[in-house]
Design a protein. Structure first.
Lengths: 276, 283
């Protein structure tokens, strides 16, 4: 295919792809612009001047409803908890699935089921289970578990992709040189799969940080950030809503960029080491 | 028994324990509570079928389930067409691996940002005084703002396509990348034109990816309530939304009966997809 000249199909599909990217990013861009709305501006265009008024309002003033700082802190902590757990548990399960073991089939299907059971069912189920047992739901217990049912399947599928491509010759070489299983893992396997683990961590954090449906009935007394944002959509009619959207999106983007940069650096370093 | 024999069991234990506690147990609880009874203040253990009876015999339920299926079919069809062509473009028209990676990431990044923010971001675009209405009026195409753009079925479908197309792009892209390019060369050498290559070589080989993407989209739309609530402005309903409302009214057994019916329906749909396409090779 590569030797061919670009045909009409290429240009049509390029236009289609550009439209798709515009469709993905266009709306986000409009709220990004509108969050700089002037002090008297409304929720739609035209811009009534340009100001940082709404960011100021969001970050430094008491809101009529809600608690942005607290919700952000809770989502951040929950995201980090979910990220660390997802990385460790997916890695262990990924290692387990490299060998045959009794019950590997059912466990695999259970993990996939976790992905396709509608979020609201998980939310309702965990909420009810806590109620029946007599436990108080809280974002760091029931909410944490609810998020894991969403992040772990992604983590495990990524680990499958990683270990399917993993060349066991490296491990055999390490073993032949007298490495213990732990040394083989720590000095051979782990460095090779590290970039993918960062990817798993990125999924774990961002999916948790943005999760709404699974948190709805499991967060308990205190809101996470998506619940807080949802609450704001029903009572806030100023561009402070967009300022919040911009701040959280910029934060998500920053997390994504840092992770991708870390993956790129690790890859480059390894390529250099192999070449040198 | 040596350590290496029991190692996989130890390694699989955390995953098993988490899924048992937060997936199996909660679903078992839902099934149990769906037979419980309730009044306006509390729920209590019982073994009654009234929750199912009330759900199944109510015409409202039927119309809500039909509405949810309608969303599912439309969103599935639209995301399939868009997702396939985006994946096709990335896999077959982008020649450098780096460009492919970068463009794929461009498509993936929005997936990792907040769904609610992405829904909110349609308001200034579609609203009565939104960008679209303003531009259409300036161009003289319409005299007064189009009302159906926001808070309508159209808005719901648009937002769902916006949120869920990525779930179609990724698995299809994945299968397309694995197609041996020699097969396409061979088809061309044998005299196939571009359309024949597409329908006889590429699409059959892309089926597992299409199936996985379809499972994602179908289950996401079937269980959705936040997009429907937000984008329809309360004018349309879905099963998820009905459940969310029952939960808000503390009618947990009714919500649980609904949940069981929804789960059975979703599993039937997924089972149907898996019957048509064998995805095992992909996993």
């Amino acid at each position: 295919m590569n030797s061919e000249r670009r045909g009409l199909g290429f240009y049509v599909l390029t236009a289609f792809f550009v439209l798709f990217v515009l469709f993905l990013y266009g709306p986000m861009t409009t709220i990004f612009i509108l969050s700089f709305q002037g002090p008297n501006g409304g929720l739609t265009f035209p811009m009534n001047g340009v100001s940082l008024r709404w960011f100021e309002n969001l970050l430094f003033e008491q809101q009529a409803v809600g608690d942005f700082g607290g919700a952000f802190a809770r989502s951040l902590i929950l995201g980090v908890m979910t990220m660390l757990t997802t990385v460790v548990v997916s890695l262990l399960a990924g290692l387990a699935f490299r060998r045959r073991f009794l019950g590997s089939g059912p466990l695999f299907y259970l993990t996939i089921a976790s992905l396709i059971v509608p979020s609201i069912l998980i939310s309702l189920g965990i909420g009810l289970a806590f109620q029946v047992v007599g436990l108080e739901p809280a974002w760091y217990t029931s909410g944490f578990g609810a998020h894991l049912t969403w992040t772990l399947p992604f983590g495990l599928l990524i680990m499958f992709a990683v270990f399917n491509r993993f060349n066991p010759a490296y491990e055999e070489a390490a073993r032949d040189l007298g490495a213990t299983p732990w040394q083989t893992f720590a000095h051979v396997v782990l460095p090779i799969i590290l970039p993918s683990l960062i990817g798993v961590g990125l999924f774990g954090f961002t999916l948790s940080y943005d999760e709404f449906a699974r948190t709805l009935m499991t967060a308990g007394t205190f809101n996470t950030l998506p619940l807080e944002i949802y609450g704001m959509t029903t009572n806030v009619t100023t561009p402070v809503l967009y300022a919040l959207g911009t701040v959280t999106t910029v934060f998500s983007m920053a997390v994504i960029l840092v992770s991708l940069a870390a993956i790129a650096v690790l890859r480059k370093r390894r390529a250099r080491r192999i070449a040198g | 028994m040596t350590l290496s024999r029991i190692a996989p069991y130890l390694q699989a234990t955390p995953l098993t324990a988490i899924l048992a506690a937060f997936l199996v147990l909660p679903i078992a609880t839902i099934v149990m509570v769906s037979f419980w009874d309730y009044d306006s203040i509390q729920i209590f253990p019982a073994f009654v079928f009234t929750n199912y009876e009330e759900t199944i015999t109510s015409p409202v339920t039927w119309s809500i389930y039909l509405n949810t299926l309608k969303y599912t079919v439309i969103v599935w069809a639209v995301t399939l067409v868009i997702g396939f062509w985006v994946a096709y473009y990335l896999a077959f028209h982008i020649r450098s691996a780096t460009a492919q990676m970068v463009l794929f990431l461009v498509c993936t990044v929005p997936f990792l940002t907040s769904n609610i923010i992405r829904m909110i971001s349609w308001i200034p675009f579609l609203g009565r005084n939104g960008l679209l209405n303003q531009s259409l009026m300036q161009m003289g195409l319409i005299d007064q703002p189009l009302e159906f753009l926001l808070f309508s079925d159209f808005a719901v479908v648009l937002a769902m396509v916006h949120l869920y197309t990525l779930f179609m792009v990724t698995p299809i892209f994945n299968t397309l990348m694995r197609i041996d390019r020699a097969l396409i060369e061979a088809a061309r050498d044998a005299g196939a034109n571009a359309f024949q290559i597409l329908t006889n070589v590429i699409i059959p080989l892309a089926k597992p990816g299409i199936a996985i993407g379809s499972i994602f989209v179908v289950t996401l739309v079937m269980g959705d309530f936040i997009t429907v609530r937000f984008m329809s402005g309360g004018q349309s309903a879905s099963v998820g939304l009905m459940m969310a409302n029952q939960i808000a009214l503390l009618q947990y057994p009714a919500a649980a009966a609904n949940a069981v019916i929804l789960l059975i329906l979703v599993l039937l749909l997924v089972g149907g997809i898996l019957r048509i396409v064998n995805i095992r090779k992909e996993l």
